[in-house]
Write a protein of this length. Structure first.
Length: 139
């Protein structure tokens, strides 16, 4: 079973957070990934980046195949802890290349990051899916 870590700078019970995550899960399912069946998603929430370093270490200890990071402070915390786990990021407020977060997706496995638009659907899910093969859908 593949594992995805999600570290967000939003409150867990915020309606916008729930809506974004529902869209993300929906897109994963559309691609053949179903939580509990062939993928495990571990969530951590660090509103305004509070406790981001603690949660970054916690998620990495779970040995995810890829991490979805939302916001600049979250990305910074994750990059301090790993250069081997691919990080897909959204919601970054700085130039990703200048802060060292943006790299080409082809270099994944070297701890680089990929950038996606702010929403947690569509291309974000595609970047997450690049970390492991698309499963064969059940008939």
């Amino acid at each position: 079973m593949k594992r995805v870590g999600v570290l967000m700078s939003f409150a867990e019970y915020d309606i916008d957070t729930k809506t974004r995550l529902a869209g993300f899960r929906h897109e994963l399912e559309r691609l053949g990934w179903s939580a509990g069946r062939n993928i495990r998603i571990d969530y951590r929430f660090a509103p305004a980046g509070v406790q981001a370093p603690v949660f970054a270490k916690e998620l990495l200890a779970l040995q995810p195949d890829v991490i979805l990071a939302v916001s600049t402070p979250i990305i910074a915390a994750l990059q301090r802890e790993t250069r081997t786990v691919p990080i897909v990021f959204v919601g970054i407020t700085a130039d990703p290349i200048r802060v060292g977060a943006g790299r080409e997706a082809e270099t994944w496995g070297s701890g680089s990051c990929a950038m996606s638009p702010l929403q947690l659907t569509g291309s974000t899910t595609g970047f997450v899916g690049m970390s492991f093969p698309v499963p064969v859908k059940a008939r």
